[in-house]
Design a protein around this ligand. Structure first.
Ligand code: HEM
Length: 427
């Protein structure tokens, strides 16, 4: 590849790495089919990158050398034999919170950045649909969806982005407007709000394994959900501390925010349910080994609520996320345990205890609803095929569906508005 060889024979400045040319080559055939010569050259480039050069900038973003290394690690995951869910989605590049609770001191800043990222991801999925519909891109040309399906995606994508847009103080395109016009308005809003660095990250985090149109949607929806789970983990982690100190109101607010975030993300499932099952079957032949069972954020959410039972901890559910499992085994604090202790010691009593209990129940209901919808979608797309995370597939999900979220409280009634949102999944 000309751009790459001239970069190597020049100053090899990470800031001027020919990302567009490399991406174009990956996109031409899909990550699974990239030529060995190119992969070997990228591997050599990575080996020569200085290990420690380039710390984060003032906004916490990686410097050019670090960005290039992260990108090459993601691009070379199959070559290295390290391919998994995190590398498939480019999570190390996406800039999600790491799960160390670093935004708990500034909830508004953290929430705002995640909302912005969520909007960018959804808007970018719609931008691709718009471009493909207009014949303006040759990216992922196989199995293009028909106009009716695309219109549905526009509508559902705009709906999925609306709550985050509202929280950001932006005006969401009205529900009644023409789907294509609404999607175009959303993509224009998101484009106006993003920096050049954010735009670059969007491009670097789209490395489909094949050239099927619908894989774009699949990747962006999974990334968007990762963003939601990371947000939930931050809220729940802060709630553990509040419950432990008997601070009922802040704990309740955190739990409510987490519940609302999860419920508001329901249309993402509806959006993904528009994926053409035959497209999914086509590209998933090359995603073996990458499964959301490896999602750290999801397991963090689960294990922040309560300590998982021994059998689940010993199963693929937690063996697939060794860092989270290690944290649990080391006695990571949970809302469940904090609640039990605070009630026992009299720090949570009367109306305060009832308030926290109610909000825990409402969050549990939202998570159970998420699991049910996920199971239905997986059944529709997968049938009786095994999962890419080496479980037996939907029977695993059917069993995991009813794992209690908390042991101290059940789950409360499901609010009507949220039921409507998640019920949109036709799976
Ligand atoms: C076509 C759509 C989907 C299908 C067919 C599907 C299928 C599956 C299957 C079979 C599993 C079991 C593990 C395995 O062997 O892979 C699983 C786990 C999981 N999936 Fe999905 N999934 C889909 C979409 C999603 C989406 C959009 C998310 C959102 C991030 C998601 C999140 C999860 C999580 C968190 C787990 C782990 C659950 C646990 O361990 O209890 N999935 N999925």
């Amino acid at each position: 590849m000309r751009e790459l060889t001239s970069w190597v024979s020049g100053f090899s400045d990470p800031d001027n790495f020919p990302y567009p040319a490399v991406l174009a080559e990956f996109h031409r055939v899909g990550k699974h089919f990239v030529e060995k010569e190119l992969l070997a050259l990228l591997d050599e480039i990575r080996a020569q990158l200085p290990a420690a050069r380039g710390g984060p900038d003032a906004a916490g973003r990686p410097g050019p050398a670090r960005l290039l290394r992260d990108f090459l690690d993601v691009a070379l995951d199959k070559w290295d034999g390290r391919y998994d869910y995190r590398s498939y989605l480019g999570l190390p590049l996406l800039g999600l919170p790491t799960g160390d609770g670093n935004t708990a001191g500034d909830p508004d800043g953290g929430r705002r950045e995640r909302d912005r990222l969520l909007v960018r991801l959804i808007a970018d999925a719609l931008a691709f649909e718009l471009a493909a519909g207009a014949g303006a891109t040759s990216l992922l040309p196989e199995q293009r969806p028909g106009p009716a399906l695309v219109a549905k995606r526009h509508r559902l994508g705009v709906r999925a982005a609306a709550p985050a847009l509202t929280r950001l103080g932006l005006v969401a395109p009205p529900e009644g407007s023409r789907p294509q016009a609404a999607a175009a308005a959303l993509t224009a809003l998101a484009r106006a709000d993003r920096t050049a660095a954010e735009e670059r990250i969007l491009r670097l985090t789209m490395l489909p394994v094949y050239v099927s149109h619908d894989e774009y949607l699949f990747i962006r929806v999974l990334q968007a959900y990762e963003c939601v789970f990371a947000a939930l983990a931050d809220e729940l982690r802060a709630a553990v501390g509040d419950v432990a100190r008997g601070r009922a109101r802040p704990a309740a607010d955190r739990l409510t925010h987490a519940r609302d975030q999860l419920a508001a993300a329901g249309p993402l499932f509806s959006l993904l349910a528009t994926m053409q099952p035959e497209s999914f079957r086509t590209f998933r032949a090359y995603t073996e080994g990458a499964s959301a069972i490896q999602s750290r954020s999801y397991k963090l959410v689960e294990s922040l609520c309560r300590t998982p039972d021994g059998a689940r901890l010993a199963s693929a559910a937690y063996r697939s996320v060794p860092e989270v499992r290690a944290g649990v085994l080391a006695g990571a604090p949970t809302i469940d345990a904090a609640y039990r202790t605070a009630v026992r010691d009299g720090r949570l009593a009367g109306p305060d205890r009832d308030l926290v209990r109610r909000r825990m129940g409402e969050f549990a209901a939202a998570l159970l609803q998420w699991r049910r919808t996920h199971h239905r979608l997986a059944t529709r797309m997968l049938g009786d095929q095994p999962g890419t995370g080496y479980t037996e597939g939907t029977p695993y999900l059917a069993a995991a569906r009813s794992v209690p979220v908390f042991t101290t409280v059940g789950h409360g009634p499901w609010p009507a508005s949220s039921r409507e949102e998640t019920g949109g999944c036709p799976a």
